[in-house]
Design a binder for this molecule. Sequence first.
Ligand SMILES: *[C@@H]1O[C@H](CO)[C@@H](O)[C@H](O)[C@H]1NC(C)=O
Ligand SMILES: *[C@@H]1O[C@H](CO)[C@@H](O)[C@H](O)[C@H]1NC(C)=O
Ligand SMILES: *[C@@H]1O[C@H](CO)[C@@H](O)[C@H](O)[C@H]1NC(C)=O
Ligand SMILES: *[C@@H]1O[C@H](CO)[C@@H](O)[C@H](O)[C@H]1NC(C)=O
Ligand SMILES: *[C@@H]1O[C@H](CO)[C@@H](O)[C@H](O)[C@H]1NC(C)=O
Ligand SMILES: *[C@@H]1O[C@H](CO)[C@@H](O)[C@H](O)[C@H]1NC(C)=O
Ligand SMILES: *[C@@H]1O[C@H](CO)[C@@H](O)[C@H](O)[C@H]1NC(C)=O
Length: 418
Amino acid sequence: MVLSLHSLTTILVAIFVVTAVYMISGRRQHFFEGVSTMSRTTVKSTNNETIMKGYNETTLNGNSELTPLPSCDLFSGKWVYDNSTIPLYSSKQCSFLIGEFACEKFGRKDLSYQKWRWQPNQCDLPRFNAKALLERLRGKRMVFVGDSINTNQWVSMICMVESVIPSALKSVHVNGSLTTFKAIEFNATIEFYWAPLMVESNSDNPVYHRVPHRIVRAGAIEKHTIHWSDADILIFDSYLWWRVAELQVLYGSFEKPNEGIYKDLGMVGNFEVALKTWSDWLENHINRTKTQLFFNSISPTHHWAGEWGKKKEGNCYSETEPILQEHYWGQQTNPDIMKAVESTVNKLKVRGVDVKILNITQLSEYRKEGHPSIYRKQWDTLTPKQLSNPASYSDCTHWCLPGVPDTWNQLLYAYLLP
Ligand SMILES: *[C@@H]1O[C@H](CO)[C@@H](O)[C@H](O)[C@H]1NC(C)=O
Ligand SMILES: *[C@@H]1O[C@H](CO)[C@@H](O)[C@H](O)[C@H]1NC(C)=O
Ligand SMILES: *[C@@H]1O[C@H](CO)[C@@H](O)[C@H](O)[C@H]1NC(C)=O
Ligand SMILES: *[C@@H]1O[C@H](CO)[C@@H](O)[C@H](O)[C@H]1NC(C)=O
Ligand SMILES: *[C@@H]1O[C@H](CO)[C@@H](O)[C@H](O)[C@H]1NC(C)=O
Ligand SMILES: *[C@@H]1O[C@H](CO)[C@@H](O)[C@H](O)[C@H]1NC(C)=O
Ligand SMILES: *[C@@H]1O[C@H](CO)[C@@H](O)[C@H](O)[C@H]1NC(C)=O
């Protein structure tokens, strides 16, 4: 079915979850050794404008070409205020921007959160070119698989490309857990698939998933993978849904709930069971020459203003500037989860499956002002008590668009169009 924007919004909104805040232990420090690096082949350039720091200019066949320096860590850098080259789209023009992320539409007046550009230390991010990306995606499927943070990134991606497509040549279809944006002329799709806990779980219903006691099934992921096993590009994320007081791993089936064995191995232990299921599946089923794989590191939340030196009761509400303290790391971002992903990805690499980690955590940590807070569509009627205390119903989990997820997509772009 082809849906109007209204019904798209109605359906999509249902898949969002207001993430409750749970106390989790965390350390304020850097915990990974080494630097993540990427190398690129060549970037063609015809004028000085596109020449980028980090590339070595040489002249080949009369064309000026840029040869990249061997590596550049795109994820170490700083935010630079830039009101000329970003945002990459206008919130008013993107017809696919849903209420959860439409901060401007929902009354946010300070718009500087749209104007911070990520500047890596050793090089520049490639300039985003929507047509080039669509050309790259011609005849291909790109699927974001995960929770509402990945929805956030998926919507951002659509907003980044849709302005170059005439309205008759783009559409969105919703089919259960899979929502598909189609760029018809390019025979390309950019899709989102709801699987907040990676593996099969009792939270898989794209609409009714606010289950108080979460259960995931060890070793069971095929119900999801059949929807995207043939994709050309897959981008996974999973973290927030594990951050709950109670979650059990079921060794058994949902059809025979009384015959299974239930275990709670703690947040990291539970998460590792899912990672193992996910990575075993990739190892055995993914077409290594066809499918490019990415895993997003944790998207940080900003629920406790005390962490950045403000009043303890506060959160992201009323914040208007990024955190400037270098290496700032919030306590809600669990380093052990990142380590678990890294270690799984390293093991996969040894087995010939290459998953790139989009290491968005540190850069997003700085952006305490980038969340919708109260400027988004609300799904429940607010009580007078809530209204009198805006911080109490602020969304400090998702991100305003245009905003931080656009940068994640620019990083993804850097890998897709080297
Ligand atoms: C991700 O970024 C963190 C912080 O910037 C860094 O310490 C870590 O090594 C990076 N991890 C990977 C897998 O690139
Ligand atoms: C490129 O920049 C260099 C140095 O700034 C300048 O000398 C040259 O004329 C420029 N070339 C073009 C094509 O603009
Ligand atoms: C750039 O390329 C030239 C010619 O290949 C080489 O001599 C030079 O060392 C390179 N510079 C860097 C910074 O890699
Ligand atoms: C852009 O930012 C600069 C520096 O903050 C400021 O001087 C200028 O007025 C701004 N321009 C617009 C159009 O906002
Ligand atoms: C469109 O892309 C799909 C893969 O997503 C491919 O199977 C199909 O052959 C393509 N159709 C055309 C007309 O190119
Ligand atoms: C929806 O997805 C199912 C597979 O889950 C498929 O069989 C069906 O044809 C799809 N429906 C539409 C309208 O695309
Ligand atoms: C994997 O993908 C490549 C490129 O699309 C294709 O040529 C090859 O047949 C695929 N292999 C399998 C086993 O499907």
